[in-house]
Design a protein around this ligand. Structure first.
Ligand code: HPA
Length: 246
């Protein structure tokens, strides 16, 4: 039996057309999560938990999110499978605004974030295996659902996770491209590693909302709203069928 937790990012602070049947305020040994967790009831009778990682009013910057509290809260609620939705920039030419990607690997460029439950102080030291960082079976379920609802999704994407909140310089993006990153975002780390430590299956569903810095002329923010709306509509189509999927 799978219990799904959705972590919403930019553009997905709430999910329209789904009833919020409960809001649960939680505190964890790591502090409070970004917002009360919402239990969502889907039209097909299934339900899941939802947590907006930037808070209810989208005010928490990527480097200030309490990732440990968020993941621990989902674990305490009995979540077994996390789908993390993230807005990202597209580095590789095949990743255009509005496209979706189910990330299959990552490089962590973040720093100074509380990034483990198991540092030998609060809990015994552990060295989890982190290759692959995303759960292969859970990714396959998401890919199958995307196929069933006719949403195209790139499933060979490498995400570079940067510190933010500023966007990158063109030289930083050239470096990420050289390192093998096809996408760039700010929130998948340490979230993915914490989920692994907590024993939760985790996958990142990324929505490309802008071309990464230096990959096009002019402002990269120009089309962000339209791409976000377009991409998130596709994400909702997947989520609607994912929670009850076999
Ligand atoms: N860089 C980093 N994070 C992002 C971007 C970007 O271009 N777009 C959305 N999140």
């Amino acid at each position: 039996m799978r219990t799904v937790g959705i972590i919403g990012g930019t553009g997905l602070n709430e999910i329209d057309g789904v009833d919020v049947v409960e809001r649960r305020e939680l505190s964890t040994p790591w502090g409070r999560p970004s917002a009360p967790a919402q239990r969502l009831a889907w039209p097909d009778g299934s339900d899941c938990w939802f947590l907006p990682r930037h808070g209810d009013g989208h005010t928490i910057a990527p480097h200030r999110i309490n990732y440990r509290a968020n993941i621990d809260a989902l674990r305490l609620l009995g979540v077994t499978h996390v789908v993390s939705v993230a807005a990202v920039g597209g580095i590789a030419p095949g990743n255009r605004p509005g496209d979706l990607a189910l990330v299959d690997d990552l490089i962590d460029y973040t720093w100074g974030r509380a990034h483990t439950f198991a540092d030998g102080v609060a809990a015994p030291l552990r060295h989890i295996e982190f290759a692959p960082p995303f759960d292969p079976q859970w990714r396959q379920v998401i890919l199958n659902v995307a196929g069933e609802v006719g949403v195209a999704i790139d499933h060979h994407a490498v995400l570079g996770v940067t510190q933010g909140p500023r966007l990158e310089t063109a030289a930083e993006i050239r470096r990420l491209a050289h390192d093998g990153c096809s996408l760039v975002g700010m929130t998948t780390m340490p979230e993915a590693a914490l989920a692994m430590e907590a024993g939760l299956a985790y996958a990142t569903l990324a929505v490309v909302v802008n071309p990464a810095a230096g990959t096009v002329d002019g402002s990269i923010h120009a089309a962000i709203e339209a791409s976000l709306d377009m991409g998130m509509a596709q994400v909702r189509r997947i989520l609607t069928h994912l929670v009850a999927a076999d």
